[in-house]
Design a protein around this ligand. Sequence first.
Ligand code: FAD
Length: 836
Amino acid sequence: MKVLIVGGVAGGAGAATRMRRLSEDVEIILFEKGQYISYANCGLPYYLGGTITDRERLIVTKESLLRDRFHVDVRTMQEVIAIDSLGKKVTIKDHSSGNVYDETYDKLLLSPGARPKVFDIPGVNMSGIFTLRSLEDTFCIDDYIRAHTPKRAVIVGGGFIGVEMAENLSKRGMDVVLVEFSDQVLAFLDKEIVYPIHKHFRENGIKLALNTAVKSFARDKQEADTISVTLSNHTKIDAGLVLMCTGVVPESDLASKAGLALGIGGSIHIDNTYRTSDPNIFAVGDAVSVTSTVSGKQVLIPLAGPANKQGREVAEYILSSKEQPASALLVQGSSVVKVFDQIAAATGLSEKQLISNDIPYKKTLIHPSSHATYYPGAMPMSMKMLFSPEGNILGAQAVGYEGVEKRIDVIATVLRLGGTVFDLEKLELCYAPPVSSAKDPVNMLGFTAANLLKGDVVFFYPQEVDELCRQHAYILDVSTPDERDLGTIAQSVSIPLDELRGRLSEIPKDRKIYVFCRVGLRGYIAARILMQNGFDALNLAGGYTTYNSMSKEEQALKNDEEKLRTLTASENIMTSINDIASQAFSDSPTKTIEINACGMACPGPIMQVAAGMKAMSAGERLSVSATDPAFASDIEVWCERTGNTLISIQRDKGTFHVMLQKGVASETANMQDGPDMRNAGNDKTMVVFSGDLDKAIASFIIANGAAAMGRKVTMFFTFWGLNILRRSNYVPVKKNLVEKMFGFMMPRGSKKLGLSRMNMGGLGGLMIRSIMKKKNVQSLEELMKAAIESGVRVLACQMSMDVMGIKGEELIEGVELAGVATFLGAAEKSDTNLFI
Ligand code: FAD
C-alpha cells in the first residue's frame, strides 16, 4: 500500500511513525511545505521569550530519524497543491527547485493544520506585523526583534497564543499592549477564573485593551520602525512590533478545491472513522472538527493533544478497514496556559458554552490551597465546576499558581469516564502536606457540588450580589472584624461565625439570609447553623473573594483605558525626559546606583529604594532587582507619590528589574536634591495602643512603608503599646512597689511580646518570627530600627508612662517623650491616622 501524508507536524508525523510500527510493507511519503517537520509549535512562544534558547530543541523528531528509523520518505519544502481524487494522485510543488510533479496514492492523509486568521485591517500587511504558526514565523520574528529592538509590542487577540506571547515579549523586555475585542482574554474561561489572570497581567505590566478592536495600522515613513496602531476607541499606540493572534481557521483550501465536503467553520468534513467524503482520503488535526464529549455537537478544538492522538489512531483506519468510531475524535477540550506565575486550566464546557448550548447546569466555586496550609508555601487557587442537575460533570476550570492543572486533569479523567460529582467525593488522591491536602481540592469540589445537589446548601452567586444590595436583602458577613476591615459587601450585617449561635435572635426569620465569608467555607457552616435553626439561608459561592475580584474588574477596565490614553502622552514625556536628561548630563553619563533587594519581602525592597534615593542627587538613576511579587505595583505607586520617575520595569523569571530616576525628569535639570514630597497635609500618624506582637509588626511595616514614600510619620505609643518600646535588659530605676509589680507583669520590650491571637503561651510568637525570617520579612526589632533611622518620630505618651510606672531610661534609643498635644499637632497635618 502507498500512503501519502500532507503535513509533517503533529498529526502527520504521528500518523507516519504509527503506520510504520504497524506495517513494514506500507510505502509512506510525507509532504511538508515548510522547511521543518515535527517541530514543537507549542514551544514557539517560549523560544521568542528566551526560555528556550536553542533553535534545535524546537525540533521534536529529526527528518533523518523519520527516514532512517521509520523508513518514511520525508519531502520538506514540497507543497501538495492539488488532489485528483478520481485518478488517486496529488500534484506537488517543490519549493526548493520550483519543479511540479505528481505522485499517486492508495490512501491519502490530510493533516494540514490551521492557519492564522487575519482580518482585513488597513495596513495589516506592512513589515513589523507578524502571525505566529511555524518555526519559520518564529525565526522571522526573532530576527526582526534582534535587528530592530522594538520597545513596545502590540498583540492583537487574547487567545492562547496572544496570552503566551504577551508574557514572552514582556520577558524579552518589551512594553506589551494586549488588544482584545471581547471583554476578557482566554474565551474558554468564565469571568470568575479569568479576572485573576487580568489582574496578574496588570501586575506584570501588561497593558490590557479589552472591548477594543484595531482599526488600522500606519507608518509615517516607509522605512520607519514605528507602527501607529489606531484602536476602536480612537487611541493611537506606537509599536515597534505587532503580533496578530486573532485565532486560526482550518487549512482546508486544498481539500475544498479537490471537491471534498467541508464541515463547520470551513473544516474538512470527516465521519467518525476519519474518512472524508472520499473514502480513500482521511483527515486529522486542526483541519477537522471533532465531537464535544459534553454537548455531542461538532466543534473546532485546535489543540496538540487531540491532533497527536488522532495522528496515532488514524494509522489503523488507513491500514485496515476499521469501522468502529474513533475515540480521539471525541474531545472535551482539556487545556492549560501559563501566564507569568499563574496557571489556568479547564476541561469540558464553560458556563458560557453551556448557556449557548442550552444545557441545564449547576455550579460551584471554591478557593482551596495548593497544599496543606500549615506547610509553608501553600498557594491560593480559584476553581469552578459545572455539572448537570443529576451530578454529571460538564466542565471545570481553575486558576492559581501551583497544582492547578493536576486538579483539572483529575476532573478531566472523571469527566471522560462519564463520572459524577459524587465520584469526586470518593476519589482517593495522593496526599502529603507539601503537595496536597487530605481533602484535595478535587474532593472539595465534589463535596460542595454534592451538598448543593442534596440540598444541604443553597448557593447564591457573586453576579447576584449587587442586585440583592439594591433590593436591601439581608446579607450576613460571618467573617471576623479584621477580615471585614479589608473589605466587605456594602450593606452587609456583621456577625462573626463564632458568635452566630449566640446572636441568632438578631437575625430576621421572615427573610432570606444571604450569608458570606471570605471563600465560602465558613459561610457554608453558618448557613448550616441557620438552616437547622429554621432560617432560610443561602451561601455565597466563592465567598467575598470571588465577588471582590468580579466587582473590581469594572474599575480595573477604566484604569486600563486611562493607562492607554496616557500611553501616547507618556511616550512624549519619555522623549522629553530623555532629551532633558541627555541635555543635563550630556557631559557626564548618568550615574546609576544598583540595589539588590532579591529575597526581601514587602516593605523591604521599597525601604531599600527609599534609602538609596535619599543618598542620590537629582537625575541619577537607581537600578533595583527584587523578587517580592508586590514590588512591581508598589514601586509604581512609590514613584508617583514621591515624585521620582519610573523608567522601566522588566521581569525575568520572577525577578523584577526596575530602573528609576531621582526626581521628575523634566525638573531634573534645575533640581539639586529631587523634590521634597514631605508636604504637610499628607503626613501619617498612628496611635499604638496595643502591645501585641502582630499589631506592633503591622504598625512598623506601615510606618516604614509611609516613610519610604516620603511621608512624615509620627507614632504615638500609649498604654500597652509602651511595652514595645521598653529595653529588653533590666534597667535599675527607682520605682514604688506598685510600679515594680506593674513592670514585672508587663512584657519587657519587643522580644517578649505575644500574639493577639493563637499566642499559645508564646509559641505563636516564636512561630511567627520564624516564618518571617524564612520569608525574609524584617523582624520587629529591625523594623523599629529602620523606622527610627528613616526619620519616623516615635513618641512615648508621658501620661501613660506615669500611670504604668515606666521611666524614660527604660525605653529604647530614639524615642521622644511627649504629651498628647505633640501627637495632636502631628495629627492635624496628617491625612491618615491609625489606631492600632
Ligand atoms: P500542524 O501541526 O499545524 O501541522 C500542519 C502542517 O501541514 C504545517 O507544518 C503546514 O506547513 C503543513 N501543510 C499545510 N498544508 C500543506 C500542503 N498543502 N502541503 C504540504 N504541507 C502542508 N496546542 C496545545 O494543545 N497546547 C499548546 O500549548 C499549544 N501551543 C501552541 C502554540 C503555537 C504558537 C501554535 C501555533 C500552536 C499551538 N498549539 C498548542 C496548537 C497545536 O500546535 C496544534 O493543535 C497542532 O499542531 C495541530 O496539529 P496538525 O497536525 O493538525 O497541524
